[in-house]
Each structure stands twice: as C-alpha cells, then as structure tokens.
Design a protein around this ligand. Sequence first.
Ligand SMILES: NC(=O)c1ccc[n+]([C@@H]2O[C@H](COP(=O)([O-])OP(=O)(O)OC[C@H]3O[C@@H](n4cnc5c(N)ncnc54)[C@H](O)[C@@H]3O)[C@@H](O)[C@H]2O)c1
Length: 404
Amino acid sequence: MPVLGMLRADFAERQPFAGLTVACCLHVTAETAVLIRTLTAGGARVHLAASNPLSTQDDIAAALAAEPGVTVQARSGVDRATYYEHIHRALDCGPDLVMDDGCDLVNTLHEDRAELIDRVRGGTEATSSGAARLRRMAVAGSLRFPVVAAELSDISRMIDHKYGTGQSVLDGILRATNTLVAGKTVVVAGFGPCGSGIAERARGLGAQVIVTEVDPVRALGALMQGFRVLPMTAAAPLAELVITATGSRDVLAAAELAQLSDGAMLANAGHFDVEIDVGALADLAVEVNRGVRPHADEFVLADGRRLILLAEGRVVNLVAGEGNPAAVMDTSFAVQVLALGWLAGTQREPGRDDGADASGGRVLAVPPDIDARVANLALASLGTRIDTLTKEQQRYLESWQQGS
Ligand SMILES: NC(=O)c1ccc[n+]([C@@H]2O[C@H](COP(=O)([O-])OP(=O)(O)OC[C@H]3O[C@@H](n4cnc5c(N)ncnc54)[C@H](O)[C@@H]3O)[C@@H](O)[C@H]2O)c1
C-alpha cells in the first residue's frame, strides 16, 4: 500500500493527529491495519471495532491490539449483541474523530452515547449505504457533526466501487462456486458505480449481462453501454446468477425468488444483507442444505428447483473473498485519512455543532485537492508521469474572453 506508506512518512513528521483520539468501526483486515498504523504514526490514539463480524481477521485483530496506542474490539463471527457491545467499548474513549463503514458507530453515538458528541470534530464514512443513512440523519436535523462521505470522492467511486468491487465481487463468487461465467446470463441489480463495475467485469468474463434499475438515467446509461435492461420480474426467470448492488432492500423478494430457474445462484454486493430476502427464500424452500460448498447454501423448492445462496446474502466479496485488493484500499483509505486530517484541523469547539468551516451536521464531499493529492501519489507509486498545463493553457482555460 504505497500511498498510505508515503502518507505515513509525512504524518510521522507533521503529527496531524497529535493528542487526538479516533474511534473506528471498520472491517478488521490487513489493509485496515495499515490504515491504523498511518493514523498512529500521525499521533492518534485509535480504538477500533469491527464493522462486520464476518469479515474480521482474528490474527490481524490480535496483532493490532498488541501495538501501542491501539485498542481493538473485534472477533470473527460474534452475534449482533456483541457486535454493538464492541462499538460501545470503542466509543468509551470519548473520540475527537470517528471513522465509520456503514454508519453503525455514528448511529450508536447519536442514539445511545449522545453525551460524547460535543467532543467530536467530525468523521468519515466509507460506504454508500452509510452515507445514505447519514443524509437521512442530516435531513431529519439529527446529525450533529460533519461527516465526509468517501463515496463523494472521484477516486473512491472510480477505483474502489467500480474497479475494486467490480473485480472482487466476481472473485468472491468464483471462490464460492468455481462456476464458469462465460455464456451465463448474469443479472446485476443496480447500475451505480458498484453495479456498473460488476456488470462490466461479468461481461468481460463472457456473460450475457442484464441490468435492472429504478433510476431512469442510470438505466439509460446501462442501455447505452450495451447491456440489456429489464425489470427484475422479467429478468429473474432468465437469470443463472443474480448479483444485487443497490443499497436498497428486498430487491429479490418472494415473487422474484419464486421465478428463478433451477440452479440459479444468488449473491449480494450491497453493504447490508437485506437486498435478497433470505427469510422469504427459507419460507419457499422445503429443504435447506447448508454449506454445499464453503459460503454456498442450497435451497430446494417444492417443485425440485435448487437455488444457491452465497455468503448468506451478506456482502459476497468480503465473506467469500478477501474484499477489495490492497491496491484499492490503499487509495480509498488515503482519501479517508486525509479527509480526517482536514476535519481534525477544523478545531471544532465543544458544544458547537458547526465546524470552523460551518459544515457541522452535514454530509460533506471529499475536497477535490485531497482526491488530486491521492491520485498524484498513486501515479507516482506506479511510476506514471502526466502532463501539466502550460501558463498559456492555464490562462486560456480560466478566461471567458477567449473563444475560437
Ligand atoms: N461490496 C463492496 O465491497 C462494496 C463497496 C462499495 C460499496 N458497496 C455497497 O454497494 C451498494 C451500491 O453502491 P453504489 O456506490 O453503486 O451505490 P449507488 O447508490 O450509487 O447505486 C445504487 C444503484 O442501485 C439502484 N437501485 C436502488 N434500488 C434498486 C432496485 N430495487 N432495483 C434496481 N436498482 C435499484 C439505484 O437507482 C442506484 O443507481 C451500496 O450498498 C454500497 O454501500 C459495496
């Protein structure tokens, strides 16, 4: 992770987080460990809880917990109550800053630990579903500190969601099934950055890809990129593999599940495990064979059709695979850590809900200069040089007097 490596060296010198405490709720993986070390190099004390018990790598949790300035509350496979208990323990530190992935930590802070909020200068949110929750909190007037949403970064949308998730979701599905994608009909629900990346990669492997959407602009975009676009009720009977990536719920509900053909495989790439109605699937089934392969359960319907649910309907690339490749997390975490440094610099006063830049209680985009800095570091790490504007070109682009 060369970009974080370069930031770590810079932070070690500048100490942007000196004296600050950061509560994090993130996937406890090797890549996150590199992020945590970047924060501690910059002077932060870090209290980490897991954002998904199924993705926790216990050896990483143990190694991080042994490092100075870090506490870890995470164990693979814990139940829901323990998951929230861990978030509470991470919050016990009374954080100055927070890093979240799915908004569970920020939500817990607002719902149950409001006494800690005045101290918080701001936070970052890693995922689109978390940012959507934050926006609903902001609209309701409930969000009490600024949160920078990584999804509002050009780098994250392009590298993380489109190329990273696009590749790792197919990788997770292949590890769980070892299926041949070429020639299969793959239905991708949602054509946001994640869905479009998944659709492109599935097509690259030789699948016939059908896209379902509810947004007319994105549906049109999918059509213009050569994908077939259908409503789910029309797509489901054709599907051999369905991948949901919408951030919404019940995309595959009882009616659509009942239409699937024998052998159809179902995978979810969205953040929460609500996109495939797993309860409805269990109700439809007369027999369930768990673990026909690792991370694959077989549901047998009354007429003998078998449907294969991957990763229990949870986020397939993290459960059945290793999530995004380290190179992807390198740029995503670099964006988030620089955004956190920017928020640390706002010096929000206790008791005020507006930061120095009056951005309190809002979901903020990543400042463009942060994206540009991360892109420059990533290009440098890849040994790629690019052109720069000449003074004349700069003047031309800034002027409105000059035309043809
Ligand atoms: N698996 C991963 O590693 C990973 C990485 C990043 C984001 N995510 C998650 O993936 C999901 C999608 O992310 P995104 O950045 O593409 O989000 P997005 O919100 O930009 O795109 C989602 C798309 O789904 C569409 N949609 C909503 N409901 C639908 C429905 N019922 N049927 C069909 N389409 C529907 C929306 O119109 C939108 O175009 C989110 O839950 C996000 O948190 C997962």
